[in-house]
Design a protein around this ligand. Structure first.
Ligand code: GLC
Ligand code: CA
Length: 541
């Protein structure tokens, strides 16, 4: 075992803590709840759990507005419940990844309270303060992701402060070395408590243009789109100055890596491929896993996904570990985007491509987006830009565990309504059904764990034609072939792609048997993993 194996060969599972498991009946998920559900993660077969923010927060953006980086919000628990969680995660051989939110704090963070109190405050320069434009108004045209300008005027001190998101989320000034040092201490605080890594929020935006130039209009903007897209983010995203900051963060987490186990940095970066791969850093001194969100944005067809997978493989720097994501707490769920049947194919894709997969809680039981009536909306994105389909509540609904009241999520009133199908679509019911989504996820994960070709083998693009995506995964003479029919009609696989003595190791179609007689014809939306007779005996990784 090498120190990197856990995040290179393993699988990450994202928990949205408000919605995973409530332990005290207040309708909000919490740390003791997560701890009580760890056996689900073990039986699923994942390796690491990433928890979205759990720090003290006014919850203007549900925890992504942090008022204290080094404590736990009472709604989620205490530092003691956190330590208990770390212990139990590790006792099960799992790893714990926290969310690190460096771009902004809450406006209630004592740092910002000080900073806004007076121009002469020692923390004034910890945030981004600018004078009004010469004729009055905001210093430039930058926009906030959640609506309105990226600037709010503070009458007491006569200046504007920058916020890439809500006005309750002022942006930190990462050009200030004191900010960098303080934030490095935040990383160390959690690393000392035993965490195994961080998912870094909004990483590409943490440095802004030194001259604060106006962003140019976006030529591709279409009327009716999110007005935030009117401008390209030329001067407030992905500036060259971000790279050394990432390298510094990496050095801090590396202080806690040892020969047995490294600590990992995963970055939230919505960037085009050539820019994304730059975040691996020079000499791999950057992030280990710059999140690859292409399966969320690419058209759901064989050809574009095939194209991207090839380009990604070609663009990765030497030794860089790829990764893949189907969904997260900001995006419509995969089962809603592509439909329930295609979602099974998506599971196979995610778990057989080369690279670390990240699963979003609930996707393993095929949870779908839940329409939230206007008077129940929680997400500020929806509140600020209603009716545009931007709200993220639909993909954040409570986990469906069982047929118990409120799906076993809470004994109180859930903070967000449950999906209507929870009585039939839940972990308990699907555990008893070999044809369920959960059974498929478990089978695919077990196969991935057992087969080195899948968890660390190389990627070989194949040509199947039509709407079939085909690739092989190779490891020390072992070769597994993955064939995925994205089409609505049956598809015959070219015989040359099928290995000798073929055995179906997995199929998304519960009716498929192990042996293949005659030509291989995939059912609509069917995916298969094919090996040879001797691949049936699993090899431990
Ligand atoms: C990231 C988070 C998102 C949050 C935003 C602002 O994009 O994933 O949920 O609203 O950052 O912190
Ligand atoms: Ca609770």
């Amino acid at each position: 075992m090498s120190a990197d194996d856990w995040w290179k060969c393993g699988i990450v599972y994202q928990v949205y803590p408000r919605s995973f498991q409530d332990s005290n009946g207040d309708g909000i998920g919490d740390l003791d709840g997560i701890r009580a559900r760890l056996d689900h993660l073990v039986s699923l077969g994942v390796d690491a759990v990433w928890i979205s923010p759990i720090y003290p927060s006014p919850m203007a953006d549900f925890g992504y507005d942090i008022a204290d980086y080094c404590d736990i919000d009472p709604r989620f628990g205490t530092l003691d419940s956190f330590d208990a969680l770390v212990r139990e995660v590790h006792a099960r051989g799992l790893r714990l990844i926290l969310d690190f939110v460096p771009n902004h704090t809450s406006d209630r963070h004592p740092w910002f309270v000080g900073s806004r109190s007076a121009r002469g405050d020692p923390r004034r320069d910890w945030y981004i303060w600018r004078d009004p434009a010469p004729g009055g108004g905001p210093p430039n045209n930058w926009l906030g992701n959640f609506g309105g300008p990226a600037w709010t005027f503070d009458p007491a001190t006569g200046q504007y402060y920058a916020h890439s998101f809500l006005k309750e989320q002022p942006d930190l000034n990462w050009r200030n070395p004191e900010v960098r040092a303080a934030m490095h201490e935040v990383l160390r605080f959690w690393l000392r408590r035993g965490v195994d890594g961080f998912r870094v929020d909004v990483l590409s935006q943490i440095v802004k243009d030194a001259q604060f130039r106006d962003n140019p209009p976006n030529p591709d903007f279409v009327e009716g789109q999110d007005p935030f897209l009117r401008l390209t983010m030329l001067y407030n995203t992905d500036l060259p100055e971000v790279q050394p900051i990432v390298a510094e963060m990496r050095r801090v987490v590396d202080e806690f890596s040892d020969a047995r186990s490294s600590r990992v940095l995963i970055g939230e970066l919505y960037l085009p491929l050539e820019r994304l791969v730059a975040y691996y850093g020079l000499d791999a001194e950057g992030l280990q896993l710059p999140f690859n969100f292409q399966l969320i944005s690419t058209e759901w067809q064989a050809a574009p996904i095939d194209r991207f997978a090839r380009d990604y493989e070609a663009a990765l720097p030497p030794g860089a570990q790829p990764n893949w994501v189907l969904g997260n707490h900001d995006k419509s769920r995969i089962a809603s985007r592509v439909g329930p049947r295609m979602a099974r194919l998506a599971a196979m894709l995610l778990l057989t491509l080369r690279g670390t997969p990240t699963l979003y809680y609930g996707d393993e039981i095929g949870m779908t987006d839940v329409a939230i009536p206007a008077d129940e909306v929680q997400d500020p994105f929806e509140k600020n830009k209603p009716g545009m389909g931007l709200g993220r509540d639909p993909e954040r609904t409570p986990m469906q565990w069982s047929t118990a009241e409120h799906a076993g999520f809470t004994t109180g009133t859930p903070w967000l309504r449950l999906a209507a199908d929870w009585r039939t679509q839940n972990v308990e019911a699907q555990s008893r059904d070999p044809g369920s989504m959960l059974a498929l996820y478990k089978r695919l994960i077990a196969l991935r764990r057992a087969q080195p070709a899948l968890n660390r083998g190389s990627y070989e693009a194949l040509e199947a034609g039509g709407e079939v995506l085909a690739y092989a995964r190779n490891d020390e003479g072992q070769r597994l072939v993955v064939l995925l029919n994205f089409g609505p009609t049956p598809a015959q696989v070219p015989p040359a792609l099928v290995p000798g003595q073929p055995v179906v190791l997995a199929s998304t179609d519960p009716a498929r048997t192990e042996s293949i007689e005659g030509p291989l014809v995939l059912a609509p939306c069917e995916g298969v993993v094919i090996g040879s007779a001797d691949d049936k005996a699993p090899k431990a990784r």
